[in-house]
Design a protein around this ligand. Structure first.
Ligand code: SF4
Length: 302
């Protein structure tokens, strides 16, 4: 594979580059082109076709080389996107620490025990260059010293980090509020009892209303494991959210009352004070997912 991508202005971009793209981008289609606007930086780029848009989406949180590996379109379209980003200075250089809110999203690992088709991180295999425990501590210290207040720890699956308790402990001792996102399938009650006092929120992803529907996205046997984890975090008094992303359910138009029923039953079991079920209808392209405009429209109508 080529080791770099040359833009049409003859600038070489190394393949391990991760573009700091704006967190929110709005796509406006006009005259067969796509205007991608970043409201937070008041900047925009113009893409020529859907293939270029799908490459731009692949550049989110992925190295340039990884995005190219997953891209089935033409090299010219990939090159055109990179050229636009560079030429229009589209990167958001402020992404590391959000001083405005004091909140940081910290991806602790790319390793994951699942291979969800909608995973926009393409998580699965741990990367070679992931931060060591001491390097994580150093980021936490710098974040705290720069005014940081809240960290949302995410992955991949954070429970795969053997040093997770130490990391959360370090952050907690600094006075940072810790929140975690997890698939909820790798936890023991012992770990939960230890980590619980240091957490202010846990979010657990479940993508179906039953073992059958969830297993189509998250694999067999994981529905009850995730629900067991929800129960354990609640037992140790951690504010717990279940995040449900049902758009992969092919029967959603017919089945959505079952999701509502699922949520109602959960509220009956766990109450609504320390507990929330939220449905996510944001559609992101991921590992095996390309979302058509028609699908996006249909989801909005539900
Ligand atoms: S559990 Fe989360 S991180 Fe892992 S593959 Fe699924 S969506 Fe990606």
């Amino acid at each position: 594979m080529e080791q770099e991508v040359k833009t049409v202005v003859r600038k070489s971009i190394p393949l391990d580059k991760i573009f700091a793209l704006p967190s929110k981008m709005v796509n406006i289609r006009y005259a067969n082109k796509i205007l991608v606007v970043s409201p937070e930086t008041a900047n925009w780029i113009v893409l020529q076709n859907e293939e270029q848009l799908s490459f731009l989406n692949l550049l989110h949180n992925n190295q340039l080389g990884e995005a190219l590996q997953h891209f089935s379109g033409s090299h010219q379209n990939a090159q055109a996107v990179v050229t636009q980003i560079i030429a229009r200075k589209f990167e958001n250089k402020k992404v590391h620490f959000k001083h405005e809110t004091g909140t940081m999203q910290f991806y602790l690992t790319n390793g994951c025990n699942m291979r969800c088709p909608h995973c926009y991180m393409f998580a699965g295999i741990k990367k070679n260059n992931e931060l060591s425990t001491d390097e994580v501590y150093s980021v936490l210290d710098k974040f705290y010293n720069s005014g940081g207040k809240v960290i949302v720890f995410s992955g991949g699956e954070i429970a795969l980090r053997k040093d997770l308790l130490q990391i959360i402990g370090h952050s907690y001792n600094l006075g940072i509020k810790n929140e975690i996102l997890t698939n909820g399938t790798l936890w023991t009650e012992e770990t939960i009892s230890k980590i619980a006092p240091m957490l202010s929120r846990v979010q657990i992803s479940i993508d179906g209303y039953s073992e059958e529907t969830n297993s189509k996205v998250r694999g067999k046997g994981n529905f009850s494991k995730a629900l067991q984890t929800v129960e354990s975090f609640l037992k140790y008094h951690v504010y717990t959210e279940i995040s449900v992303t049902p758009y992969l359910d092919k029967n959603l138009e017919v089945d959505y009352p079952k999701y509502v029923e699922f949520a109602k039953n959960l509220y009956q079991n766990y109450g609504d004070i320390n507990f929330l079920v939220k449905f996510t209808f944001d559609i992101l392209e991921g590992r095996n997912i390309v979302v058509t405009n028609e699908q996006k429209k249909n989801i909005k109508l539900l």
